[in-house]
Design a protein. Structure first.
Length: 362
């Protein structure tokens, strides 16, 4: 998402960039000050906001210095041009955001035919890179562990494989030390700058990615953070900004809806397949291990399981039972272990096909 793609309400990108360069040249000529030459290409609009602020201060300072002398119409005109251009640039960037939102919709359209959660996640990074990010990483969050899933690096696919391999070799723990842990706990996106020197990033991943800044947004499922979406602009050699964060957040929110739909469909397909096998060949239906009618759930765990089967998130379960989210999560971990399953979906399927009379409440 190169920032120089902004389109002026009164003209094209080229016209807006040309007028910016002319403004810088006029200020430099009139005040005889050293102004770095504006970029001819690349993300010139990113630097323009800061440069315009410095130009304003320089011209205003010269205007005040000449107080008492004959007012310079040229200086007043320059001040007007600077403010007018700042407004036009802001309007252009706002208009560009609407274009980006349409791009998000088009990018999501490429994921609609994904039939499984795994296939969906595998295709997310490439869709994210179509929005202008140079690198996009999608991960899952399981029991406070950050598990890298798939990454797309424009122009360098092998680098993506190397980065994911590093993450999978030693999955980071999402404690208070990592910024990603903050994102999981708060459910809010973050921008990370000066990443190479930050003490709140995973050193192994930062070393292999060589990233200086990146954005991260949460993927939510049933009200809980189930994954993370990372994006940066490494090849463009610029830091991510608020526009990037907004785009990444919109994309993550849309992906979360699709992820929830696919997770539900997978659960339904699992139950349907088990029911079909039961009708056609009861002996072929695999039993849960161990296939005991009473897996030893406590009364509280059964309450939690009933709410879990009804589709409630950890937060809602905690509110209903007047317990902390941490306690609710601990109960669910215990339930999965006792049922011999590895996911909430499998636990729900197990519960929904049980024989209620066979469960013994303690």
């Amino acid at each position: 998402m190169e920032a120089d793609k902004v389109v002026s309400p009164s003209g094209s990108v080229a016209v807006l960039a040309r007028r910016y360069r002319e403004l810088c040249a006029d200020v430099k000529s009139m005040l005889d000050i050293d102004i770095p030459p504006p970029r001819q290409d690349g993300p010139w609009a990113d630097e323009a906001k800061a440069v315009l602020g410095r130009l304003w201060n320089a011209v205003m300072g010269e205007t005040l210095r000449r107080t008492g002398e004959t007012a310079s119409p040229a200086l007043v005109e320059l001040l007007g041009r600077i403010r007018a251009f700042e407004s036009e640039l802001a309007e252009a960037r706002l208009a560009d955001r609407h274009v980006l939102l349409r791009s998000v919709a088009e990018s999501l359209a490429s994921l609609r035919d994904a039939n499984t959660v795994d296939e969906f996640l595998s295709r997310v990074p490439e869709a994210g890179c179509r929005l202008g990010f140079d690198r996009v990483l999608v991960s899952t969050v399981e029991d406070s562990v950050w598990r890298l899933h798939t990454m797309c690096v424009t122009k360098e696919p092998r680098w993506a494989d190397e980065i994911v391999a590093v993450g999978k070799a030693s999955p980071p723990q999402l404690g208070e030390r990592l910024v990603e842990g903050d994102v999981v706990r708060s459910g809010r996106p973050r921008l990370i700058f000066d990443a190479q020197r930050s003490t709140r990033v995973d050193k192994d991943l930062i070393h292999v990615t060589k990233s200086t800044s990146y954005g991260v947004a949460p993927l939510t499922l049933h009200g809980e953070v189930a994954g993370l979406l990372h994006g940066d602009c490494y090849h463009q050699r610029r830091d991510v900004d608020e526009t990037d964060q907004a785009l990444l957040s919109v994309l993550a929110e849309a992906l979360s809806h699709s992820l929830g739909r696919l997770t539900l469909l997978e659960g339904v397909a699992f139950l349907r397949g088990a029911a079909d096998r039961l009708v056609t060949n009861p002996a072929a239906v695999p039993r849960q291990a161990p296939p005991t009618p009473d897996p030893g759930l406590t009364a509280r765990e059964i309450q939690v399981m009933e709410l879990l089967a009804a589709g409630h998130a950890n937060r809602h379960i905690a509110q209903r039972l007047v317990i902390s989210e941490r306690t609710a999560k601990s109960h669910i971990t215990s339930i999965l272990r006792k049922l011999g399953v590895s996911s909430r979906t499998e636990a729900m399927a197990y519960w929904l096909r049980r024989e209620p009379a066979a469960w013994n409440l303690p």
